[in-house]
Design a protein around this ligand. Structure first.
Ligand code: PEP
Ligand code: MG
Length: 564
């Protein structure tokens, strides 16, 4: 990883002193006491680090056309802009692998297309300024592609991204999209899509966004990568590029205007703390030896880390977020087998598409209320082949690797959905079949569900969203999404009780499972496993080892008694 450039800048446009939007005051002690200013958001992925800010630019706004005095110069700018876009994409392709590299190369070729260049140049020579000439040329090409229909029409949206990049260059603005400054940095954005987050390079030290909720999939992906992350941080987009900030992904605090020395110390401290926690190993146990399986939430084999007792949630949709073409059976077998080979037991979740995780290759229609629409297992109502192919691929990957594959469906609401899913999965030869409990209806019928399936896995992120009717991406509703809410704990307790009666496992795989303060409480409610981002495992193991089962139960009872 290259060095971070110096010297550290001052806090730029951020006012000194307490600037927390939540009324927080500026502490005069602690590791970043010398910071010029502070901002506060929601810490969603633990860890502390520091580095220079680079903001991810949004699409440029096209100003009103201006009178052109030198059409030749405008035409030259057009050519330069298209060349810069192609060069930037090719550079990214060179440092990326696999399909992502191929996509970047294909986009670079479009930017380099002589027909596009001639059209834009011609419009500039006819009197349009460079940004408008580019805009007009891209718009015409987009229309032509869209008119062809089919696969080419799907590529039309790619032209918008290229247009925004070329127009930004012509206006002298930073190109939209993920920055590639060539040194480690703190990525700041208004919001990030899961696809953006999945594509982050290794030079990103931390993420800070102005919008977003605590259990949004962007937060989950950051946690999966072990990147400290803060969302809902009002004012962060006003921090100028290059300003050195400290990011605390646990408290949500951002210290603005650190020196390079302070930043280097913060990174070293974090490194030492992670090394200390990583030294803890062994299965999950309370202080009196009650076993609680500690499992991993992963999106691909790249997320796997040693030290856990298996994979409790393999979010298969993360493999295909950017895809415009459906992944083939063979491709799926390869991806699943890669995880199966490296973990003893793996709970594979079938594709959970919809809301903030659109899978373009499914071609699902737009919906007025996507979170309440066709997502998760409900996609099967429209596209049954997708689930069949996936179950076949999971079964084949398990056979090929000799792994114990468990499979579960997301967003199950009724007993009929659970039994239909179980029947199809078992018919493919998958031995252990379960469902996620993410909708209150499923929790209320947990006992009956367990007559159909072998296990339950509670997705507290969605279960909170649907219990409290609070969008999990909404930063202003974080209190309603708090997993300590007694109504949510009641639902978890019902599921755990049903599991005890049936003698079947009931785990938690939502983000609550990875919180060292909440994990003992969930164990006290009776859950048998906790599945979390790999970075969370050591702290949860340490927390459980410090309490007896009885103490966990006392914590659970106290939490159920709280008035919110
Ligand atoms: C959940 O909803 O808690 C869960 C684990 O699924 P996801 O976060 O992927 O929706
Ligand atoms: Mg979910």
């Amino acid at each position: 990883m290259p060095d971070i450039p110096g010297p550290g800048s001052s806090g730029g446009g951020i006012p000194p002193g307490p600037v927390s939007p939540r009324g927080g005051t500026r502490p005069d002690s602690g590791p970043w006491a010398g910071a010029a200013g502070r901002l506060t958001g929601l810490g969603v992925s633990q860890g502390r680090t520091a580095g220079p800010v680079i903001r991810m630019a949004g699409p440029p706004r096209l100003p009103a056309p201006h009178a052109v005095t030198d059409p030749g110069a405008e035409a030259a700018t057009v050519v330069k802009a298209l060349g810069a876009v192609a060069a930037d994409l090719n550079e990214r392709a060179a440092t990326t692998q696999g399909e992502a590299a191929e996509i970047l190369e294909a986009l670079a070729m479009i930017a380099d297309d002589p027909m596009l260049r001639e059209e834009a140049e011609g419009r500039a020579r006819d009197g349009l300024d460079a940004p408008h000439a580019l805009d007009a040329a891209f718009t015409r090409h987009r229309e032509a592609l869209a008119a062809l229909g089919g696969y080419l029409a799907e590529r039309a949206a790619d032209l918008d991204d290229l247009k925004h990049r070329a127009v930004a260059f012509a206006l002298g603005l930073p190109m939209p999209g993920l920055p590639a400054p060539g040194h480690p940095y703190v990525l700041v954005a208004e919001d990030l899509s899961p696809a953006d987050t999945a594509g982050l390079g290794s030079d990103v030290l931390a993420l800070v966004t102005e919008r977003g909720g605590p259990t949004s999939h962007t937060a989950i992906l950051a946690r999966g990568r072990g990147l400290p992350a803060v969302v809902a941080c009002k004012g962060i987009m006003d921090v100028p590029d290059g300003t050195v900030v400290g990011v605390d992904g646990t408290t949500g605090e951002i210290a603005v205007g650190l020196t390079q020395e302070e930043a280097a110390e913060a990174r070293e401290r974090e490194h030492a703390e992670r090394a200390r926690l990583a030294a803890s190993t062994g299965p999950g146990r309370t202080a009196d030896g009650h076993p609680v399986k500690l499992l991993l939430n992963v999106g691909s084999a790249a997320d796997l880390r040693p030290g856990a007792e298996g994979v409790g949630l393999f979010r298969t949709e993360f493999l295909f977020l950017d895809r415009k073409q459906a992944p083939s059976f063979e491709e799926q077998v390869t991806a699943y087998a890669e995880v199966f080979r490296q973990a003893e037991t793996v709970v594979v979740r079938t594709l959970d598409a919809g809301t903030d995780k659109p899978l373009p290759f499914l071609g699902l229609p737009e919906e007025p209320n996507p979170a309440l629409g066709v997502r998760g297992l409900r996609v099967d109502r429209l596209l049954p082949d997708v689930l069949d192919t996936q179950l076949d691929a999971i079964a084949e990957a398990a056979r090929a690797t000799g792994a114990q594959a468990w499979v579960m469906a997301p967003m199950v609401t009724t007993i009929a959905e659970a039994s239909g899913f179980a029947r199809r999965a078992r018919a493919k030869g998958i031995a252990r079949v379960g469902v996620m409990v993410e909708v209150p209806a499923a929790a209320l019928r947990a006992r009956r569900l367990l007559q159909e399936v072998d296990f339950l896995s509670i997705g507290t992120n969605d279960l909170a969203q649907y219990t409290f009717a609070a969008d999990r991406q909404h930063s202003a509703l974080a209190d309603l999404l708090d997993p300590r809410q007694p109504a949510l704990l009641d639902l978890i307790a019902m599921c755990a009780q049903a599991g005890r009666e049936a003698g079947k496992p009931v785990g938690v795989c939502g983000e609550a499972a990875g919180d060292p303060l909440l994990a003992p409480l969930l164990v006290g409610l009776g859950v048998t496993s906790l599945s979390m981002a790999p970075v969370c495992v050591p702290a949860v193991r340490e927390a459980l080892a410090g309490l007896t089962l009885e103490e966990c139960r006392e914590r659970a009872l106290a939490a159920l008694d709280q008035v919110w």
